[in-house]
Design a protein around this ligand. Structure first.
Ligand code: ADP
Ligand code: ASP
Ligand code: MG
Length: 438
């Protein structure tokens, strides 16, 4: 019999109503034996996710401000779920211990992890599946690096003892027993790790949209759905901003060839998107999807004949390294180089970084541009397809959008353009219309 790991995201597990939908989905296929649960998400757009409420209690507790109102909001969310699902459960002891831990200075990661812990506990009761704490399966080293071998071994052992189980997403434990979380949206990673550990036939990722869409539905109305996408395309699109799946989610699966199916909890019969190692191109379209992000800064460095200084790049990179700045992209010309970095990383240490570049690299000029957005157009069909870039630039030119930089990787899987943040939404819509609207 085939074996499926199903991960349910926050909106799928936000209220008793959605819990009951999830339960029906799981029960409709006996292969769905290992379930990964997120913390309750939003029930409506003005709502706040439980993970964010938990972070808030932590911040309040840290500043010795009363956190009870926020904790009560969290308690009420879980109460509604338990009562609406008619479960005989009482979480009072758990909340008393969370409250005590908050007062005693528990770590931020421990506090955040309780959202998934309690949701998984409730779901296991509703399904009558075993509950397995992620602390027993997902391991990190002291620096927060995920320990593959140890984790996969523990997961392989777990399935011998548990035919069906619910596991909280988002966190694991370090050698000292401290809870460590993945980055935001990390429940997707737990799902991938469990899928690999149990050698699943399929990893289902249940969310609130019917799969991967060719553009962010908050910007383009009813964007076309992507039926099949490759691991590499997905990584490019997710990293660039399409937040439906964590960009690292394919890493544990790619060399195993385990497919991911993105499905909609609110419309389970929809086909969703299948993520695979390799796929033929679909229909006529040259691109698979468009995604993007705002809040980048560009450090422009000018130095005539920079290539004569053989240590120039090394010194420049060492400034980024010592200041813990991730380099996103680095377009160059003969006498200039641009470093594209995240705005918040630069802002926290702006003067130091600019001064160090001036001191170590002796440039002729350094300037910084803020409020840059990057848009990535991705498609396996772009390779060797003449005219895609021309179409992209023409669409932006017609919309009078100035392209400040262009980046294309050697894989020819993507083209990235840097534009002003104020043009971001308009640019996405224009590119979508140029490539995708039939
Ligand atoms: P979950 O809580 O289920 O993990 P997420 O909020 O992490 O869900 O991801 C789903 C959301 O991603 C959707 O509700 C949608 O608003 C957003 N999204 C952004 N870009 C895309 C895209 N290209 N395709 C589908 N959804 C997208
Ligand atoms: N609950 C966590 C978050 O909000 C993890 C997740 O949803 O995957 O980021
Ligand atoms: Mg998510």
């Amino acid at each position: 019999m085939s074996l499926i790991v199903s991960k349910f995201g926050g909106t799928s597990l936000a209220s008793s109503q959605t819990f009951l939908k999830v339960s029906n989905i799981i029960k409709s296929d006996k292969a769905r034996r290992y379930i990964v649960a997120s913390a309750p998400g939003k029930t409506k757009s003005e709502d706040t996710k439980v993970t964010d409420l938990l972070y808030l209690t932590y911040d309040l507790a840290k500043h010795k401000i009363n956190f009870n109102d926020i904790l009560d909001k969290i308690i009420n969310k879980y109460r509604e779920i338990i009562e609406g699902c008619k479960l005989d459960m009482d979480l009072t002891d758990y909340f008393n211990s969370i409250s005590k831990n908050l007062e005693e200075g528990a770590s931020k990661e421990y506090i955040a992890s309780r959202g998934e812990y309690l949701n998984a506990l409730i779901l296991s009761k509703l399904l009558d599946y075993d509950f397995i704490d992620a602390e027993e399966l997902i391991f990190f080293d002291e620096s927060g690096k995920f320990l593959e071998d140890k984790s996969y071994k523990a997961i392989a052992q777990m399935i011998k003892d548990h035919k069906c189980a619910v596991i909280p997403g988002f966190y694991g434990v370090d050698p000292k027993g401290n809870i460590k979380t993945f980055s935001r949206g990390g429940g997707d990673l737990t799902g991938s790790i469990i899928s690999r550990g149990v050698s699943a036939d399929l990893y289902e990722n249940w969310t609130d949209v019917s799969g991967f869409l060719s553009a962010d539905p908050r910007i383009v109305k009813n964007p076309r759905q992507i039926n099949t996408i490759t691991y590499s395309e997905l990584r490019e699109l997710s990293y660039a901003g399409a937040s439906v799946l964590h960009e690292e989610a394919i890493l544990p699966l790619a060399d195993q060839g385990i497919k991911i199916q993105v499905k909609n909890t609110f419309s389970p019969e929809d086909k969703g998107t299948l993520i695979v190692a390799d796929a033929e191109t679909e229909d006529e379209s040259e691109i698979t999807g468009i995604s993007g992000k705002k809040h980048f800064s560009v450090i422009n460095i000018e130095k005539i004949q920079m290539k004569l200084d053989k240590s120039f790049y090394r010194k420049l990179m060492s400034v980024l390294e010592v200041n813990h700045i991730d380099l996103e992209h680095m377009p160059t010309s003969i006498d200039s180089i641009s470093l594209i970095v995240k705005e918040n990383q630069l802002a926290s240490n702006y003067d130091t970084i600019i001064n160090e570049i001036k001191t170590f690299c002796s440039p002729d000029k350094v300037s910084v541009e803020q409020n840059i957005a990057l848009i990535t157009v991705v498609g396996r069909a772009m390779k060797n397809n003449i005219g895609v870039a021309a179409k992209l630039f023409a669409a932006l030119a017609e919309a009078k959008i100035n392209i400040q930089m262009i980046i294309q990787g050697s894989s020819e899987l993507n083209i990235i353009v840097g534009i002003k943040e104020s043009d971001y939404e308009k640019a996405i819509r224009r590119i979508y219309d140029a490539f995708i609207v039939e």
